[in-house]
Design a protein around this ligand. Sequence first.
Ligand SMILES: Cc1cc2nc3c(=O)[nH]c(=O)nc-3n(C[C@H](O)[C@H](O)[C@H](O)COP(=O)(O)OP(=O)(O)OC[C@H]3O[C@@H](n4cnc5c(N)ncnc54)[C@H](O)[C@@H]3O)c2cc1C
Length: 412
Amino acid sequence: MKRTADVVVVGAGIIGSSIAYQLARHGVGRVVALDKGKGPAEGSTGASSSICRCRYTHPEVVRLAFHGQEAYGNWAEFTGLDQPRSGLQRVGVLWMMGESQDRVGSDADKLMGEGVKAEAIGPDDVTELFPSLSTCGVPFDLTGEIEHQCAPGEAFLYESLGGYAEPVGANQDLIEATRRLGGAVEFNSRVAEVLKENGRVTGVRLEDGTEISAELVVNAAGPWCNQLNAMAGAELCWTLTPTRIQTVYRSWPQDLGPVPVGADASTGIYFRPETGGQQVLVGSVLPEDEEEVIEDPDDYKRVPDASFTEIKLAAFHHRVPGLEARGGVSGVAGLYTINREDVHPVVGPSGVDGLWVANGFSGHGFKLAPSIGSLVAQAYTGASIEFDTDVPMSFLSVDREPIDVAVKNVLA
Ligand SMILES: Cc1cc2nc3c(=O)[nH]c(=O)nc-3n(C[C@H](O)[C@H](O)[C@H](O)COP(=O)(O)OP(=O)(O)OC[C@H]3O[C@@H](n4cnc5c(N)ncnc54)[C@H](O)[C@@H]3O)c2cc1C
């Protein structure tokens, strides 16, 4: 069978579905997103901690994150759905990084300069907002070899309008929103070949032989992106590695009060509420937990290791001293596609005519997704509309120099 589209998006995770929806919102009539999965969010998106925070090294990334947060924060309006499944839970983002008042104050100023609500708060403010959290600012040695004496941190950066959005629902919402605007999102549709004529990409062939020709093919294949780029003969000068990332969930007793999204440098963890506050999710911000490169994104261990679970829960107990040891524990492991050069994605023309990429999100892809769709749609249509980001796509282009980052990991 032969079909024709304006744009084919390969992958319908949070990035592909956002690109498809944004193209449809910008008036592109024939958008087709194809996914090899049986349903939404079978890739990185389904395992995402889906935290939406804005503190990043670069103002451009702050704005991409902020514009994404605005979309998630106004999700019904953004998607046009009366009853969306997801949307931003603005539980606040608290940075407990053991930093000085000066450092936190200057970072808060930088964020506010980009439009983000951010403030430097002290330990007493933290206790008032989140009574169960220890305000300790001293590094805690989890091996127990170095004796630890808790002492309050000097200052904490607080993004009161940040939070998280349930990722599978957000992915489903974008798919529904795309379809309502006439776009197609098709599952059980593995792209087996990228079609080319005279060196230009002209479409794709699916596993079942269907050919879809298009002016533009966008690679939004997440951890499988290298396979698709290879099919198209695109040789990116970036090392994009599917990397196993673990998270732990445990029950959260309601009498401990609210919990925000937290980044905790004393032990190298992050955390957030899960399932409406009945549980908490705990993950890692340590570079050593971003090293397990996976050869085949279809074949990796999808539950956390016992040692990871044990150590991260011990770290979380340091932050929440009143948390009883008993309680149900579970977790998931998913894949970040890490851009090893600068932990930022590459977005836009790939170097092969007719093929654009949106790859290498390195742990930031959920929060950036609405903005990434906006970049692609603005560049393809030349039109800017409500909720669009003002960051130029060239900031993330394939032919940029590596972005200079303060830390080369998920906190970049
Ligand atoms: C544990 C974990 C925690 C995270 N926490 C956060 C966070 O707190 N905040 C944040 O912003 N980000 C976070 N991320 C990162 C974020 O989830 C990812 O960057 C994002 O989900 C990537 O989306 P994607 O659409 O690119 O990839 P995916 O969701 O993997 O989607 C790619 C899709 O492409 C499809 N596909 C692949 N090859 C083909 C083919 N040949 N034909 C057809 N379809 C194909 C796949 O089936 C898949 O559905 C986290 C990720 C993980 C794993």
